[in-house]
Design a protein around this ligand. Structure first.
Ligand code: A2P
Length: 318
């Protein structure tokens, strides 16, 4: 089946589908079905990461859909991310090759530095000392970036970018890079609209990829006082007006601002519903209403995991 998903041009001339499938929190045992079903429905962009601990299964699904003739490798846009324990420049190529071997692919379309801060490498994803504190490492992400650039010349990644970086951190990379990050993947939804960050990045030719666009209702760390985005009265009233679901409004909100969006689902009906966002637009008045919900509220704070590192990104204004 041909895909109807439009593309966004990256600063290196390559193209990324503006809509893709998120795989964070999709467990092994669920994610193979989700990726295969999504590709059958016309999804062409799959967002993953080493840290999600499911890349072998994601790869099985992708290779299955190539082998059965549904898609060719070049029809797909596959993203992965360098985990925080591999920021030592000499570990970057090895980490990327491990992801490629798990996926069973020759290259990824996009490889991102997952977070600006980093941990020691001791075999654990989240290394902690006996008192439970994270064991941080002290690599500068600018040096890690230089190792990321080599992945492009080696043909292991077509494009490279960052995730969860603030403006000052991107600026530091821009000052000394030979390849610009093509995207910064960040949490983004009406409560954290990322208006200034989006404008700042657009002015520098860097796309914004919105993760947790539905408010990540299955996030591992939650407080009972957290607001539920999918049940926000403003979102629900706009959904009623367009005869769409709250999720479809939240996804269209990103497309209408030119942001790339990667909702996660492992459910066939919701995967389908999330694709049905290319037959309408939100008018400015409704985009403004959604933007008025912006309070800088984050669902994903990395409290206790990254907030004590000097490169924790969320202390900055944007
Ligand atoms: P499920 O995987 O069972 O479909 P986010 O992308 O913001 O992290 O949100 C993912 C969460 O939202 C998952 O719990 C997912 O559940 C749920 N979800 C995905 N699509 C929809 C939808 N269309 N309506 C309601 N919930 C959805």
């Amino acid at each position: 089946m041909a895909s109807t998903v439009p593309f966004v041009k990256l600063s290196n001339g390559l193209q990324i589908p503006i809509f893709g499938l998120g795989t964070w929190k999709s467990k092994p045992g669920e994610v193979e079905y989700a990726v295969k079903t999504a590709i059958d429905m016309g999804y062409r962009h799959i967002d993953g990461a080493y840290c999600y601990q499911n890349e072998k299964e994601v790869g099985t699904a992708i290779r299955n859909k190539i082998e059965d003739g549904t898609v060719k490798r070049e029809d797909l846009f596959i993203t992965s991310k360098l985990w925080n324990t591999f920021h030592d420049p000499k570990d970057v190529e090895k980490a990327c090759r491990k992801t490629l071997s798990d996926l069973g692919l020759q290259y990824v379309d996009l490889y991102l530095i997952h977070w600006p801060f980093c941990y020691v490498e001791n075999g654990e994803l989240f290394p902690r000392d006996p008192s439970g504190e994270m064991i941080f490492a002290d690599f500068d992400y600018v040096d890690t970036w230089k190792a990321m650039e080599k992945l492009v010349s080696l043909g292991l990644a077509k494009s490279i970018g960052v995730s969860n970086f603030n403006v000052e951190q991107i600026e530091r990379i821009l000052k000394s890079c030979s390849i610009k990050p093509v995207t910064n993947q960040v949490e983004c939804h009406p409560y954290l609209a990322q208006i200034e960050l989006g404008k700042w990045m657009a002015a520098r030719g860097i796309t914004l990829t919105a993760y947790s666009p539905l408010g990540s209702p299955d996030r591992p760390v939650q407080s009972p006082t957290d607001k539920v985005l999918l049940q926000d009265p403003v979102v629900l009233s706009i959904a009623q007006k367009y005869n769409k679901s709250a999720a479809q409004i939240l996804l269209r909100y990103q497309l209408d601002r030119g942001f790339i969006v990667i909702p996660k689902s492992i459910n066939k009906e919701r995967l389908q519903q999330n694709m049905e966002i290319f037959d309408f637009n939100l008018i400015k008045e409704d985009l403004d209403k959604l933007n008025s919900l912006n309070s800088g509220f984050r669902y994903i704070t990395m409290a206790g995991i990254g907030d004590k590192h000097k490169y924790h990104p969320f202390n900055a204004k944007f």
